[in-house]
Design a protein around this ligand. Structure first.
Ligand code: FAD
Length: 460
């Protein structure tokens, strides 16, 4: 396979991962980015979500580590902790506290700006990858419905018109539909589901003696009975981040008093307790970019040749389940697999990739919608109920209770959500435990939001 030039719009995780995989197949890979990218790992305008917590799932971590060997160790050397999720964290759900114990589920704590900086550095160190500063404003179309480049504004308007493949990785607010329509192509239909969620976040330094037990992070997503939640999560450089989450238009405020009051009204009082004794080291920043949007490229009957979209530009999710970076990286992997399977035949790649990507986005989409439709204010069309979806919902509900008592079950559930692999929760020993839990009519033990389970080592 000998391909000449790939042009990627957007130099964030989708664009960086795509550059990493395409560099092996194209002579030249150009990433067009409209932001001035600073040398330092600091938040920037084009990724306004940067000051908020970014948990990186095993799926995304493993893909980044495959593309850029040693990437996770690099991040650890920069001070990013990789830790045992069930031993070091406490999590409160509708069913109560998740059991604590030793597991193979890892959390990875790093400021998003630092993670992005490290990944970008690795991509731009590849000899055939370059970054071009510019704001993409449209597509350049050649003969035979082929996209051959992009128009960009970088001081003056110019065109880049020698691309074999253009990849839109320009994020949640991508202008892809506008660009396609202006170039005479069908724009993708969209599905929008909005739970009207919001974030407010700040970085903290937490003195070691403030922690009452061996845990070092707390998670409590918004609950249907109380749409105020958040996560207090470790970061690089010994920092923590507190991100408050509200659903159903209960937006966490960005002022000091409002922030503290919201924190105090979360279901568990423990986040408020720790944060009150911590030293804030950043401003409070807010975001309401939480709607789920799927652009259905897979449904376009006659798509352009040489143009695909991935990452948030293809589908974005309510980020409270932490799936976006991993899905963007999964998109890059799916693209290179498709390219390899079709030996670089870009006409077939352009047709098949959107369908393959759609299949792989189904899982994070269902997770996000399953979460959001617990809240009555959520706007959008509910997925149809089928016997299979009903069985799955009952099974996952019982599993959600079982994880308050059983470490193997908790490990299975978190590995499922961290890898998108349905087999994780359908292994025979887990199914048997779920069935026994239901048959015995057992109820969760640790349901008091102020009293998490004890440290597993001390409890043993
Ligand atoms: C509040 C919040 C919290 C989140 N928390 C998590 C989390 O915990 N875990 C997780 O995995 N994900 C999380 N996400 C989602 C995650 O941020 C995104 O899914 C991820 O960054 C998507 O990457 P991307 O490359 O597709 O797009 P983006 O990261 O949005 O990047 C798009 C890039 O394209 C550039 N660009 C845009 N338009 C143009 C143009 N016309 N020309 C040139 N360049 C352009 C932008 O400057 C930017 O660099 C969160 C999102 C939000 C809003």
């Amino acid at each position: 396979m000998a391909l000449d030039h790939a042009v990627i719009v957007g130099c964030s995780f989708g664009g960086i991962a795509t550059a990493g995989v395409l560099a092996e197949h194209f002579d030249r890979v150009s990433i067009i980015e409209r932001d001035d990218i600073p040398d330092e790992p600091v938040p920037r305008k084009g990724v306004p979500q940067s000051p908020h917590v970014h948990g990186i799932l095993k799926l995304g971590r493993d893909i980044l580590d495959d593309i850029f060997p040693g990437f996770v160790s690099d991040a650890e050397r920069e001070g990013a902790p990789l830790f045992d999720w069930l031993a070091k964290g406490i999590g409160y759900t509708t069913s109560g506290w998740t059991v604590r114990g030793h597991s193979n589920v890892r959390g990875f704590g790093i400021r998003r700006s630092v993670l992005e900086h490290l990944a970008r550095r690795r991509a731009l160190a590849l000899p055939n990858v370059e970054m071009i500063r510019g704001d993409v404003t449209g597509l350049v179309v050649g003969t035979a419905r082929r996209v051959v480049g992009v128009e960009l504004a970088n001081g003056e308007t110019s065109v880049l018109d020698d691309a074999d493949l253009v990849i839109d990785a320009s994020g949640r607010s991508s202008s892809t539909s506008k660009w396609l329509a202006a170039a005479g192509f069908a724009a993708p239909a969209e599905t929008l589901v909005n739970a009207f969620g919001g974030y407010a976040s700040r970085l903290l330094r937490i003195p070691e003696d403030v922690w009452p037990d061996e845990w070092r992070f707390i998670g409590q997503l918004p609950l249907p009975r109380n749409p105020k939640g958040g996560i207090l999560y470790p970061q690089d450089d010994g920092l923590h981040i507190i991100s408050l989450f509200g659903q159903s238009r209960i937006y966490p405020p960005g002022d000091e008093d409002g922030f503290a009051a919201f924190l105090n009204e979360c279901e568990t009082p423990l986040m408020h307790q720790i944060v009150s004794a911590a030293e804030p080291v950043s401003e409070i920043r807010t975001s309401r970019a939480t709607a789920n949007r799927w652009r259905h490229f897979e449904a376009i009957v006659d798509p352009p040749v040489g143009y695909v979209a991935l990452g948030d530009a293809a589908a974005c999710f309510n980020p409270m389940n932490g799936q976006g970076i991993s899905t963007a990286c999964y998109g890059a992997r799916t693209l290179v697999e498709t390219l390899t399977d079709f030996d670089g035949d870009l006409e077939r790649v352009s047709r098949v990739f959107p369908t393959r990507l759609a299949q792989r986005m189904e899982f994070p989409w269902q997770v996000a919608l399953g979460f959001d439709f617990q809240f009555p204010a959520t706007a959008g069309e509910r997925p149809p109920v089928t016997p299979e979806s009903e069985e799955q919902a009952h099974y996952v509900k019982a599993l959600g209770e079982l994880i308050t008592a059983d470490v193997d079950a908790a490990e299975a559930l978190f590995l499922w959500t961290q890898t998108f692999d349905p087999e994780q929760i359908r292994r025979p020993e887990i199914v048997a435990k779920v069935e026994a839990w239901v048959a015995e009519g057992r109820r969760p033990e640790y349901t008091d939001p102020a009293s998490p389970p004890p440290n597993p080592d001390r409890a043993a």
